[in-house]
Design a protein around this ligand. Structure first.
Ligand code: SAH
Length: 351
């Protein structure tokens, strides 16, 4: 039977009718799940007891089982390794910041993009995740926040970033359906604000266009990592097919169509992409579209096991930031949450 998180509102009604139940049972179940975040049938007291077990069995197959949960940053970062029903492993990371709880989710088991600095990229693609497998990561994290599992007490999951394992644009139809579920108002969905959701891509322009077409104003992040095609061909091999100019044009178009400022992700790798001239070249590329459309998010490289690469020296990092700022590019330095728990993409599942 199809998982509840896989079904549209209309399909949920059809599904309960197919079981010979009145259609209001669909609204009841959705209210328990999305409003009360309760998948424990014992709490569904407005549904007859015998029916609760049946509904749970029909619509809430487990899909994800927790393998390990690692905590860092005094418990404010929790990285969970999940096993899918077919044995594949994925990760999600929950981070509590002042005033917001952010979850980083996976959209594929593995990844086919083969970026050499990324742990997930080394193992290749196992398979795409279903809508329910993506949404269930969000559900579990929302439960953890509501229960007060993180220091600071009960909170509300407010932000979701597609920055875990996988390439969202390579699983586009399911990612889009997941975005619809995340942004649908409760009790039909999670009721998250599209503005609090970020979809990060290596730069598959067809997906960027389709995301703009969808009309869901999420934040778009582009993993650029280099301002010149020669280097980006190495760091992100897909660049040989979709060069920087095309990626930037699609990102700029996304900004123009949605009004959402685009985020450029740039992992600073010592002596590889952190030279001052590359900062200036990056600024030149971005400034061709004006100043307001974009900001740069620098990520200190989180070295993966066995990698020859490491993070930039502090003075080099500071100079890179200075050059961008001098060219009027807005820049932030990503905190390195969870680097002590193999926080880099895919490290846990790989080990
Ligand atoms: N496929 C998507 C999501 C990937 S992970 C994408 O490419 O955007 C999210 C971000 O983490 C990407 O910018 C990715 O390049 C970056 N990343 C992967 N491994 C990293 C590492 N070891 N250190 C720092 N950033 C890393």
């Amino acid at each position: 039977m199809t998982h509840w998180l896989e079904l549209s509102k209309a399909e949920r009604v059809d599904a309960v009718i197919a079981l010979g139940l009145p259609k209001f049972r669909a609204a009841q179940l959705s209210t328990h799940l999305f409003e009360h975040l309760s998948d424990d049938p014992d709490t569904w007291t407005d549904i007859p007891k015998s029916l609760r077990a049946q509904l749970a069995e029909q619509f809430l197959s487990p899909l994800l089982s927790e393998v390990t949960a690692l905590r860092a940053d005094r418990g404010k970062t929790v990285k969970t390794l999940w096993r899918l029903s077919d044995g594949n492993l994925i990760e999600s990371v929950l981070m509590r910041y002042p005033g917001r709880d952010t979850l980083c989710i996976s959209c594929q088991a593995g990844c086919g993009m083969a970026c050499p600095f990324c742990a997930t990229g080394q193992g290749g693609l196992q398979r795409a995740l279903t809508v329910a497998e993506m949404a269930l990561q969000v559900f579990r994290a929302a439960q953890a926040c509501a229960r007060g599992d993180l220091p600071g007490g009960p909170g509300r999951l407010s932000h979701v970033v597609f920055m875990g394992m996988g390439e969202p644009m390579a699983n586009f139809p399911r990612v889009l359906a997941t975005l619809k579920l995340l942004t649908a108002p409760t009790p039909d969905g999670f009721g998250l604000s599209a503005r609090n959701i970020t979809v990060s891509t290596v730069g598959l322009v067809s997906g960027i266009k389709r995301l703009a077409d969808s009309g869901i104003p999420v934040t778009l992040a582009i993993s650029l990592h280099a301002p010149d095609d020669a280097l980006r061909n190495e760091l992100c091999p897909i660049n040989k097919r979709i060069p920087i100019a095309e990626v930037i044009a699609a990102a700029h178009d996304y900004f123009q169509r949605t009004g959402r400022r685009v985020s450029i992700e740039y992992a600073l790798i010592r002596d590889i992409n952190d030279q001052a001239w590359r900062a200036e070249r990056l600024a030149n590329i971005l400034n061709q579209g004006g100043h307001a459309w974009v900001h740069v998010n620098l990520i200190p490289l989180n070295p993966t096991p066995g990698s020859k690469w490491t993070a930039s020296r502090p003075d080099v990092e500071a100079e890179f930031i200075r050059r961008l700022e001098r060219a009027h590019v807005t820049v932030t330095l990503r905190d390195t949450r969870g680097s002590d728990i193999d926080g880099a993409c895919g490290q846990l599942a790989t080990s």
